[in-house]
Design a protein around this ligand. Sequence first.
Ligand code: AMP
Length: 410
Amino acid sequence: MSMFRAPKGTFDVLPPESGQWRTAHRVFEELAVQFGYGLALTPLFEDTDVFSRGVGGDTEVVEKQMYTFTDRGGRSVTLRPEATASVVRAAIQSGGVSTRLKASYWGPMFRYERPQKGRYRQFYQGGVEYLGSSSPEADVEVIEFGYRYLERMAVPDVEVRVNTIGDTADRERYSDVLRAYLHERYDHLSSDARKRVTTNPMRVLDSKVDADVVRDAPTPGQYLGKAAEDHFAAVRTGLESLAIPYTVDPKLVRGLDYYNRTVWEYVPLSYDAAQSSVGGGGRYDGLFELLGGKPTPAVGLAMGVDRILLASRPSGTSLELDAFVVVAEDTLRSEARQLVSDLRRSGIRVDMNDEPRSVKAQFKESDRRGAAHAVVVGDEWSHGDVTVKDLRTGEQRQIQVKEIETWLRA
Ligand code: AMP
């Protein structure tokens, strides 16, 4: 029989490599709790219109990348390509946001892309949404969240690129100017860009193949109204007061349509893959209305976990276990089992082999399993002792059984 393989553009993560995924998730959850973001759980699939309306009909994601199918009930549903539209749909469905709602999510997203390093068809994002606030302080907080996450994930040399794309009226004025500029250079544009000149010219700024044509194009920042300009100034002041380094990138617009005012991306300078951003976000004050809700200002971000792990500095092998119990005398197996059970109940990460093996084989397994210590249960047990070996330093000593926990925690 032929062997099954994970579908194109997807991958499996198994132990021990999955240890770093677990860390990435844990660190994200800790940070979300510290910043006061509750948990949002939404379905992995939605009514297709949630995305075609929410993300924008003429975005690349909606035009080319959605996993859309008809279910057995004849409904058109789509695997989520991103989670913001889902969280907003859920907030509207639950009655809207009367004051503030801060929510975070974590999980797989699906986009039918051409797979390459750092670009997959199923990938993972952790994100936060700050719903109900129009204050620039909310933008600053969300930008800080992503920056701190990358700091804790040891991603080096991260540049925060920020820009503002203004309010709806500003965008309209700007789009007219940009459209005229693009029309003059129509013959040099890619076919995708040509399509967008009429419908959504700003997206052309985002197109890598058209970079030369738009090099000297006018930028949204030159057409800001007073409100958007003040907002952006306050965001920049806020970032400076938190000492978050950033650069203003006047051509930065983001792939999804729903943004207004502040947009940003995190780019690790030492990560040289073509897919350079490891996360990004923006303000999306119009999305609630697009999805049938009351006008509600909001800002959010999504961090790309796959790329963060590719870009983070390897911190040596991660320690998966505090201890591995090595049974040196087979007559002591049940005592060793009891010890493992006691240690687990006190919160120690510990394991042992479930079959008799030589001491050498068990030590090898301790290393392979990423254990910090080996705890040997042997002759010394009759005196109430075990031998503990620190597998990182090689240091070894005989201690009393009741001291193990203190020793392992030190
Ligand atoms: P977006 O939702 O397009 O704003 O993307 C936010 C982040 O998700 C990006 O900065 C990437 O790190 C990540 N990302 C987006 N698409 C993919 C993909 N196909 N594969 C892996 N990561 C992705």
